[in-house]
Design a protein around this ligand. Sequence first.
Ligand code: SN0
Length: 320
Amino acid sequence: MKTFFNVEDIGDLSKALAEAKEVKNYPFKWKRLGENKTIMLVFFNSSLRTRLSSQKAALNLGMDPIVLNIGQDSWKLEDKLGVVMDGDKSEHLREAIPVMASYCDIIGVRSFAGLTDREYDYNETVLRQFIDYGGKPVISLESATVHPCQAFADLITIEEFKRKARPKVVMTWAPHPRALPQAVPNSFAQWMNAADVDFVITHPEGYELDPRFVGGAKVEYDQMKALEGADFVYAKNWSCPGVTDPSKYGQVLSRDMGWTVDEAHMAVTDNAFFMHCLPVRRNMIVSDAVIDAPTSLVIPEAANRVVSAQVVMKRMLEEM
Ligand code: SN0
């Protein structure tokens, strides 16, 4: 595996899930695999789970992690080619990436969508440069349009907790005070479409996700109708993807608190589990009662971030 970006990169999902189970049961079985290998984890944005779970996964494999916070520990980096660098950015990705790559064997990159230029974000302009200039395997640790480590962990969690062979999984938009990227819902949709689940997406009008991620998923604008009989409720906010109206890309179109997942919403489900990638805004995205209920999976879901990251790193190491 040279890149971990899309669901296709992991190949057969049942094989990947079996491997995840083995990694979870025997986390230290491959302790020698990463000997004398280094992973560089590069963060352009904040992180709690991704930062810690990636380091833990690397350590489980005997690999040394190096973490770099761009702009705090390092120079501010320019990412556009052909510009006169007379601003506050001291170094270009064109040099910084090959330098970082020369110090490591795998690179992980967190680089959120800027949410101003749809083309720039949806071309994965920053992540692409890491792939093109680094010459080392690259893991997206949430880049502009995808968060595959999260989606893989979500799939592992659904596999562990499902009570039916083919559960109904509903991804619902929920309100948030700020404009957030579409990376988490994009990846979740992509992975659920590839998995053996009955997948439904619900959101207010205007929040249509990019068709390349929605694929053949059902889209239901009536949230309550979508939630009926759900086995898993996956809540997430995202800003306007700019699909129907490109001029609204990255905007907050609604703060409708009627979409907050509360007990009334959960009541129409089949005693569904609640999922969220975290960090979560309580009583905006989800009510205290729902996130604090025994059916809330947010903590096991976060714990599985180590497992998903470890499977990906293991695969990369095995090919070296
Ligand atoms: C990010 C997002 O893509 O939605 C990371 C999720 C894994 N979330 C946020 O930036 C939340 C920030 C906030 O203020 O709540």
